[in-house]
Every structure is written in C-alpha cells, then in structure tokens.
Design a protein around this ligand. Sequence first.
Ligand SMILES: C[S@@+](CC[C@H](N)C(=O)[O-])C[C@H]1O[C@@H](n2cnc3c(N)ncnc32)[C@H](O)[C@@H]1O
Length: 184
Amino acid sequence: MDPDILAYYDRKPETDRLAAGPGLIERVRTQHILRRVLPPPPARVLDVGGATGVYATWLAGLGYSVRLVDPVPGHVAAARDSGVDAVAGDARALAEPDASYDAVLLMGPLYHLTAPEERLAALGEAARVVRPGGVVVEGVAGWVPGAEAAFTDERVLALVASVEEEPALVGASAHILAIATPPS
Ligand SMILES: C[S@@+](CC[C@H](N)C(=O)[O-])C[C@H]1O[C@@H](n2cnc3c(N)ncnc32)[C@H](O)[C@@H]1O
C-alpha cells in the first residue's frame, strides 16, 4: 500500500466527503447516473475503490449484491461496520474470478493511479471481472493532468465496445465519469 495514499486519507477522511457541499452534488448526480446505467437489482456489483461504502450501502439497500474492494484498512473496516461485504485489495490485481460481476465501479482508483500502465492494469482488471455485456463505470479527477487519456488511450478503448462520457459533474466537483461496455 502506497504510504502517501494512507497519509492522504488520514488527513482527509472519506467518511463525510459526499455528505455536503460539492460532494453532496457529486453523490446525488453519481447516484442518478448509476440508476440509469446499472442493470437492475439483484445484479452483482464490484465497487473497486469504494472507500467507506457510501455507494455500496446505497446499492445494497436497493437490492444489489455488492462487494467493495479498497486498499485502505480504515475504509474496509468502516464499510464492514456499515454491513457491506468489504475486502482489502488493489484495482490493479483483483482477487475475483473472470466475468463474475454484472457491473464494476472504478470510481476512485484512477484518481490515484496516474501512470498510464497503472491505469491500464486497473481498467484491464475491471474488464476481466465484468461479464460480457456488463457495465464498467470509470471515474477520473479532472485535475489530474492528462486525465482524459484514461478514456481516449487506444489500448483502453480496445477493452471496451463503447464509452459514454458523463462530464456533467465538472463544475460541481472534478469528478468525470465514463460508462464502458466490454465487448460481448
Ligand atoms: C476519492 S475515493 C472515492 C470513493 C468512492 N468510490 C467515490 O466515488 O466517492 C478513492 C478511493 O480509491 C481508493 N484507492 C486508491 N488506490 C487504489 C487502488 N490501487 N486500488 C483500489 N482502490 C484504490 C482509495 O483508498 C479511496 O478509497
């Protein structure tokens, strides 16, 4: 685990980030998009970089079968305390079988994994564990230089059949989402 990431979340706990201000707008808008693009419950969702489980608990409440993966021990513990099936792990090497989820959320790891090869590893793992025809929701931070390359790199595009960008969160926060469908 990168000590800089641990130190960052010690300074800035994720617990309340989405509860007020721009974070609240980000959460409501993200939930709106997720309701539109995810297959209906009880679909299996893997929330990679799910932090303390804000989206995972909400999705579980809607009837989804959700597992959360995050490398920060405090995040995993907080998610478990909220009743989420949460495990320690890394987006670049998921301990999940091929094609075992209907949807994968990757809304967080790409903020931290800024090197192209790291991003490709994370996106490749998401494409591996989602079933053919499933959905991958990718989030990047607009303030990371070259963030758009996460969606335009030819090697990334080879992993997906279609990419639908949702830039509407820019302005409320730096969160940009792309909805990807792997080839069937
Ligand atoms: C800003 S939070 C986003 C949380 C939530 N998914 C959301 O959209 O609000 C980023 C999360 O990514 C996690 N993360 C960082 N590096 C990761 C990696 N290599 N693999 C998986 N998760 C990672 C962090 O621990 C943190 O919980």
